[in-house]
Design a binder for this molecule. Sequence first.
Ligand SMILES: [Ca+2]
Length: 272
Amino acid sequence: MFHPAWSFLLLVLTAMALRAAPIPDGLGPLISRVFQLPDAPRLTWVGGGTNLLTNGGFETGDFTGWERESPAGKLIRIVSIPTGGTSSANVFSGQHSVGFVTSWPGPQTLSQVVSLPAGSSGAVLSWVDRVRNEGPTFVPPDQGFRVEAQTVEGFTLAVLFELRAGDPPRPPWSRRSVDVSAFAGRTVRFAFVASDNVALLELSLDDIRLEVAPPADTTYEVFLASGAAPTSADRLGSTAVPSLALPDLLPDTAYFWQVRASDPSGTTNGPV
Ligand SMILES: [Ca+2]
């Protein structure tokens, strides 16, 4: 059963600061932005997804959650910021990324099996890649990089993304995303495949995520209080969309708010 794990945000509002206020990183994936609109103040949150992929940034420093397949003479390896360093051109974010080491023809595959919940209102696979193609162009499937949805056994269900002839041969770190909603309710192997049968090709990957949105029948209850954390008595209202109009606010007053999300699997309350 799909249980969305809701994140909550403490927000201090004053009548003097009714403007766009993006949530800082690290507060959770499910409510990613809050906006205060000056002429019609509303609380707005984005019901983003729960990330279903394990270790998509490779920050464990190993391949926890992943499976690798390489022919003899080739290797997919963890790439790390050197000890004492603060950054590396080969690491997009955090301390580690993954690199496909190439020296011999043949495809290499990094994959992870994920069960997508039924009933979610959307699912998106995203990642950051960097490709260095020493060949004159991309020639899928023999020379290039592609992302496939596969059966658990490894048979291709769909090519979700691929670099094609005419694409820049050595693009910098690039963030890409594909809609994988069609696979809701199924267990799928998501495979990142680098092929270099024509010429050397290097691939780096980082920040791989598979986010599913909450079910469409989610409802949100919003609680707002001034001067202290809201209680159940401070219910502002209920909405089926992730936005609710604010009442008139007192100037120079701190407000605290909380969203409680419910779907048929239950209600999750979070900290203020
Ligand atoms: Ca990383």
